[in-house]
Design a protein around this ligand. Structure first.
Ligand code: CLF
Ligand code: SF4
Length: 297
């Protein structure tokens, strides 16, 4: 599966469980939930839970300080040797908490240089962070791009927080889209691998995601991960409450197939929690709660 890739990319993905389908059978990832705040609102999010851009809504992660996160990474690395990748994916947006996220990466790149660093973001604050991410050896960035058309964006994002102001509607979506595309271009120009996540929302962006896939591929994104919207009314999200349905498995697969002509598609995503630990689809987070880590020392 990886043989068609240039050597320098193969080297970066061969042990990353999300970027390589093969690798997810052998290598594990962990997330540290150091990023509580968010700078936008998505209609599929309930702020009490983890960032649904990357993960399954409906679960809450314990927020860690950067120091606690580093402690946890070391404890997990000592117990799970297959753990090759550390990701920051929430519970809010990692780059809306730049100090906490970047401090965690800075400490880890110094203290655990063999672990690959990965981050997932909605992209709003990405352009201003690219320089710093590159400095700390972050090789893998995921941007959640649900649209390239602001009219569609306005149906997904009610507002963004931008330059100390709340901005709404089409204007907000336009800024978010511009920032995502600019961030994507800047990362590719620096040789950082970019995966694009998209949330498939039936009747809102289902047809449009084919266009998104073409555009992000043309700009140099490496992999496209179309994930199903999870809209349970009990999660209290806007979509859930409004009765927006989730896609059927066949709808997801048809869209992935339609995009696959243009783009490498990820089909093994497990919509992990912001504090997930272990192989994809496995969650050993309970073995590494803070009190347990403290008692390991
Ligand atoms: Fe984590 Fe995401 Fe990095 Fe992977 S998860 S920050 S790219 S290390 Fe992976 Fe989990 Fe899917 Fe994310 S299976 S939700 S794609
Ligand atoms: Fe929620 Fe994530 Fe969207 Fe922020 S980016 S509103 S945390 S789903």
């Amino acid at each position: 599966q990886l043989s068609h890739l240039p050597e320098h990319i193969r080297e970066k993905v061969h042990n990353h469980p999300c970027y390589s389908e093969e690798a997810h059978h052998y290598f594990a990832r962990m997330h540290v939930a150091v990023a509580p705040a968010c700078n936008i609102q998505c209609h599929y999010c309930n702020r009490k839970y983890d960032c649904a851009n990357e993960s399954r809504p409906g679960v809450v992660s314990e927020v860690l300080s950067p120091e606690q996160a580093v402690k946890k990474v070391k404890a997990v690395a000592a117990t799970i040797p297959q753990m090759t990748v550390l990701g920051i994916a929430g519970p809010g947006d990692p780059l809306a908490n730049p100090q906490r996220t970047l401090e965690t990466f800075r400490m880890l790149s110094e203290q655990a240089p063999d672990i690959k660093l990965c981050v997932s973001t909605n992209g709003l604050a990405l352009p201003e962070c690219v320089e710093e991410l590159a400095k700390h050896n972050i090789d893998h960035v995921t941007i959640t791009i649900n649209c390239v058309d602001p009219e569609i964006g306005a149906k997904i994002y009610p507002w963004i927080f931008w330059n100390n102001k709340r901005i709404r509607g089409v204007k907000a979506a336009r800024i978010l889209i511009e920032q995502q595309q600019k961030g994507l271009e800047m990362l590719v120009a620096r040789g950082i691998l970019v995966k694009v996540n998209s949330v498939l929302i039936p009747g809102v962006n289902d047809e449009h995601l084919k266009e998104v896939s073409k555009i992000v591929k043309a700009k140099g994104a490496f992999l496209h991960n179309v994930m199903p919207l999870i809209a349970e009314p009990e999660h209290g999200t806007f979509y859930g409450v409004m009765g927006q349905r989730s896609p059927e498995p066949e709808e997801l697969q048809d869209l992935q197939d339609a995009c696959a002509g243009d783009m490498n598609m990820m089909r093994h995503c497990r919509q992990c929690r912001a504090d997930a630990v272990g192989m994809l689809g496995e969650d050993r987070g309970d073995e590494f709660t803070l009190d347990k880590i403290e008692s390991m020392e």
